[in-house]
Design a protein around this ligand. Structure first.
Ligand code: TXA
Ligand code: MG
Length: 338
């Protein structure tokens, strides 16, 4: 099929595509998503097909405002309303008990569903005009880094979706934070645009799922099924080097091969002359690092490199999400300098 390019003036057309069971690339503040009518089982199956996504990996539902929550979720705790007031629209997905109206295809048979209200006005308008929740995983082919521009999404999805709505580059750049509110204390399943520190401030105690910080062993089941898959990975193997930035830069220079690529902070670009280098912003600017990390990973698939070395940000604040994506891209191949 031909994938149509739409813009913010085409909200009605985009809504018609969703309402009629089509596949639509949607902008959000985090990453572009591959959206379809979340109540239409066949449309949801088409999402899995286009992405090559394993069937046991559930999708999240996107809604235009918190007052749609009760249509799809039951037993909604007070904490959910409090988080919605504080962080929605914004990069937070809440896991809640689902109502039977939500198809099994969305939840992969779980009795819970992920709910998110994105901080992107055009997408909220499309959802409201379509009158249905939009199921949307990130718009990459399964396993690849998530797309933060319409062009990046088209690298994976051109010809496989009906249309894409281009609203420019994503402001956050890493996916939403996922918090499970069906357990006590609430559990962080995926770090993202809302930080763990912000959640702790709002909720008190927050448990952190083990899959956030380490590789799951074969057979282990993280609470967010998607966290067990190899993910975000460029073709070349990635090694992450943790520690003081001056030390990690020196360590990489001393070990890299002729055809190694490097992901580094802006200040260290000069260390790696003659090598393909993707910078992710100044070492102190976590928001910029979040915006650029996926494009940096994607860039190496357009280049000839044997391997990739990456300077690791600190895993506090937004850095927990950036390091999680980088560590997953590396299959948790991490070197920690003293
Ligand atoms: O920022 C985002 O969340 C983006 C944009 C497009 O909204 N979407 C996104 O979706 O990242 P996806 O499918 O790539 O990642 C959703 C994650 C997966 O790891 C999935 O396993 C987990 O959410 N998930 C979905 N429903 C769940 C549920 N009921 N319980 C636990 N984990 C769930
Ligand atoms: Mg994804």
């Amino acid at each position: 099929m031909d994938t149509e390019r739409l813009s913010a003036k085409d909200i009605q057309q985009a809504a018609r595509i969703v309402a009629s069971g089509g596949l639509l690339g949607i902008p959000t503040e985090t990453v572009y998503g591959l959206g379809a009518n979340g109540l239409d089982e066949a449309a949801v199956h088409a999402i899995f097909e286009a992405k090559g996504r394993p069937q046991d990996n559930p999708l999240i539902l996107h809604i235009p405002s918190a007052d749609w929550l009760e249509r799809y979720c039951g037993e909604i705790p007070e904490t959910a309303w409090a988080l919605a007031r504080r962080f929605w629209p914004g990069p937070l997905t809440m896991i809640l008990k689902r109502k039977p109206i939500v198809p099994d295809a969305v939840t992969a048979g779980l009795d819970t569903v992920g709910m998110r209200c994105p901080d992107c006005a055009v997408t909220r308008q499309v959802i409201a005009a379509a009158g249905v929740p939009v199921a949307a995983p990130s718009g990459n082919a399964s396993g690849r880094p998530s797309p933060t521009t319409a062009a990046a999404m088209l690298e994976d999805m051109d010809g496989k979706i009906d249309a894409i709505l281009d609203d420019g580059a994503c402001a956050v750049g890493v996916e939403s934070t996922i918090i499970d509110l069906t357990v006590d204390p609430p559990r962080l399943l995926r770090p993202g645009g809302v930080t763990l520190e912000e959640l702790e401030e709002a909720l008190g105690e927050v448990a952190v799922d083990e899959a956030v910080r380490r590789l799951m062993a074969p057979g282990e089941q993280p609470k967010a099924p998607g966290m067990k898959y190899r993910h975000y990975a460029p073709k070349a193997p990635v090694t992450v080097v943790k520690g003081d930035a001056d030390m990690t830069a020196g360590y990489i220079v001393a070990r890299m091969g002729d055809k190694s690529g490097v992901i580094c902070f802006d200040e260290f670009k000069g260390y790696f002359r003659g090598h393909p280098v993707e910078t992710i912003g100044p070492r102190a600017d976590q928001a910029e690092q979040a915006r650029r990390i996926f494009e940096a990973l994607r860039a190496f698939d357009r280049l000839e490199v044997t391997d990739i070395w990456a300077q690791s940000p600190e895993d506090i604040g937004l850095g927990l999400a950036v390091t999680n994506r980088l560590n997953k891209a590396a299959g948790f191949h991490i070197i920690e300098l003293p």
